[in-house]
Design a protein around this ligand. Sequence first.
Ligand SMILES: Cc1ncc(COP(=O)(O)O)c(C=O)c1O
Length: 394
Amino acid sequence: MYNNIVDIYNRYPVEVSHAQGIYLYTSTGNKILDFSSGISVVSLGHNNQELNSALIQQTNKIWYSSNVVHNSIQNRVADLLTKHTFADNVFFCSSGLEANEAAIKFARKYGMQNDQRYEIISFDNSFHGRSMACISASGLGHVKKDYPPLLPGFKVIPVNDFELLSRTITNNTVAIMVEAIQSEGGINVIETEFLYRIYQICQEKDILLILDEVQTGFCRTGTLFIYEQFNIIPDIITIAKAMGNGFPVGGCLVNKKIANLLSPGCHGSTYGGNQLAMSVTAKVLEIMLRDSFLINVNNMSKILHKRLLSIRNHHPKFIKNIKGLGMLLGIEFTDTVKITSLLDILLLECNLLLTKTAHPNTIRITPSLIINASHIDEFAISLEKGINIYQNRM
Ligand SMILES: Cc1ncc(COP(=O)(O)O)c(C=O)c1O
């Protein structure tokens, strides 16, 4: 089907011609309920008129000037992000891996100026993107196995084992890089105590805490950023995905310790902070910071979670566990379930789009954050229908 495209994606056999809100419309006339939202990207829904207007208005002024001149939209976005987080400064780029790559470089730079430290500790099953540095930090075997030699200076250890972490820290350790929910890894929520102890040891030993919020950020889990729920203050958080609702944009939020190190020439990104991306992000933030936005996210998350638990109760031999926080949720099926067949049935026979994780038995539930209770009803009915079809065919 794709003779001339590098064959690196498993694609469903459908083409989406247009989309509205949380629905996708295929070129063959099907209407699909999108409970994946491009894997936590399209959090404000498809064809969002406010975002469209912001982008079109900006399109008619200027797309891109490069960072050789001032850009007041960047300032506006940075002001909003720093006002509503721990951060003092923001670096803009265009994707999650670029954000993590920058975080790794900032950490290395910090280490060079503080006792020549360079080691970064990260965790099994984590995913931080697909550059050489990011796969070196990632803990998912399949993303790194074909690319030796990986970058030196990374230690990847099991998560939630504080004694092991303490033993792994050396005089060379400069940063710990972690996801509060391993999304690709299977929607594994980190233990609260473990993340808090990481934060404490980072403070004690002047180690940087890098929190990868590429998926958890922008209200996905019920707060603007997930660190707010863990009573910690990171040194760097990395952001992307929902930041542009599908427009490519990313960034690092950093505290003064990092910001003071950075000067012209030490890092950069051609497209970072371009006017089009910034106009979309400014509007994304404006919408998400409205009073009612997070209230709706939290109300709908509760309803969704309850509904998933009741579906699990209907299928105890089939569904093991409901995982996650807010609207970054996962259904862990029992070992005998063939997830890819179930996902095909859900899409092709029940018109429900969901995605799998790298965990062999976990499906990810990441709807747009603008869903209402009737969307959740529709989702639950389609999911049960798909599970029943699958079970009857077994
Ligand atoms: C937690 C996390 N970090 C980083 C990335 C990489 O982001 P990107 O694909 O935009 O490079 C992803 C992508 O799924 C992610 O989930």
